[in-house]
Design a protein around this ligand. Structure first.
Ligand SMILES: [Fe+2]
Length: 338
């Protein structure tokens, strides 16, 4: 059935001649990012290269879909956020290693898979939204979040959410499981309420006085401040502090690209991936998403720059991926979400 379909397509293309061949210059992108966010970027790519981008956008299940489609999957590129989702795609076996001198040159090694299955194209940091009224300090470490001085003062979403899983996995990678468990118990003891909501609701709760410190991603604060008038007061009541690990830097996570295992338009897929790492795309993409460009020498959005200079922790993101399971197990063990 499938073979017959492929043959029919080939015959059709032959019948249509060169215009059909031109139309075949395309690339199929599966993404968890919102269409309105990525469409302008892809339009710029098409303008630059003549390659048409077909976008399949979904909020979940893309790896399962690619798996079910198997060798007939039209997917060329998977564009997703967070090492959790990136790692899930690799684990699902729906990707293949990419070889690209451009990516190796432009994307720092810590933001690439050593096996080549994924590369970061922008970064977000997991930071503290602190009450402007009640928090005097402008610096904090992740370790300090477990200090009893913050008892009853911290708000955070579920410890099993991928954003926290990434942060906790980084903690495990840095300090080992025993220390991470102790730390998680300390943070848990400092919570003002049961983990709930998302990062925006965390800011809301800090603004409402339920807690003094909230944990959230950098871009949510910028979105609340600049693009969501209803939530602007939540941003205005808080200040972003870029925490660091003791002796290290701020925990960052990625938005990244993966090359699909059966990419039917592999050359165009690589063209797109390399283009996304280019100066123009890096500028537009990071700015549109309020993220940090992965490429050096690109101007950071002014709101994001206003948080202060990002000193990203040097830990390879692959090492964080390797500790995701351990972090998740610890969250259950300490009853973090209970
Ligand atoms: Fe998010």
């Amino acid at each position: 059935m499938i073979k017959h379909h492929a043959l029919a397509t080939a015959v059709l293309f032959a019948a249509l001649g060169s215009s059909a061949l031109q139309a075949a210059e395309e690339v199929n992108v599966y993404t968890y990012r919102e269409t309105k966010l990525v469409q302008p970027i892809f339009e710029a790519f098409t303008k630059d290269t003549g390659v048409k981008v077909n976008v399949i956008s979904a909020s979940s299940g893309l790896e399962q879909r690619m798996k079910a489609e198997g060798a007939n999957s039209p997917a060329d590129v998977l564009l997703t956020v967070d090492i959790g989702r990136i790692d899930e795609a690799v684990q699902a076996g729906v990707t293949q290693p990419m070889k690209s001198e451009v990516i190796e040159k432009v994307v720092p090694a810590q933001y690439r898979d050593p096996d080549g299955h994924w590369a970061g194209i922008s970064m977000r940091a997991r930071v503290v939204y602190a009450s402007k009224d009640r928090v005097k300090q402008d610096a904090i470490t992740y370790e300090e979040l477990a200090d009893p001085k913050w008892k009853g003062k911290i708000c955070i979403r579920s410890g099993q959410h991928i954003y926290n899983n990434g942060l906790f996995a980084a903690y495990v990678a840095k300090h080992g499981e025993a220390k991470a468990e102790e730390w998680l118990r300390g943070v848990k003891a400092n919570l003002a309420q049961k983990p709930s909501g998302g990062d925006r609701e965390t800011a809301r709760d800090v603004a409402a006085g339920k807690c003094d410190l909230g944990i959230g991603n950098t871009y949510y604060w910028a979105l609340m401040m600049n693009a969501d008038p209803d939530k602007k007061p939540w941003a205005e009541a808080t200040k972003v502090i870029l925490p660091t690990f003791e002796g290290g830097g701020t925990h960052v996570n990625l938005s990244g690209v993966l090359l699909a295992k059966y990419a039917p338009n592999k050359a165009n897929a690589m063209k797109l991936i390399e283009w996304l790492a280019g100066e123009h795309a890096q500028q537009v993409y990071a700015d549109a998403n309020y993220e940090y460009p992965v490429r050096a020498g690109i101007t950071v959005n002014p709101t994001i720059a206003g948080y202060g200079k990002l000193n990203a922790d040097p830990m390879p993101i692959a090492k964080i991926a390797a500790n995701r399971k351990a972090a998740s197990t610890l969250v259950d063990k300490v009853g973090f979400d209970n």
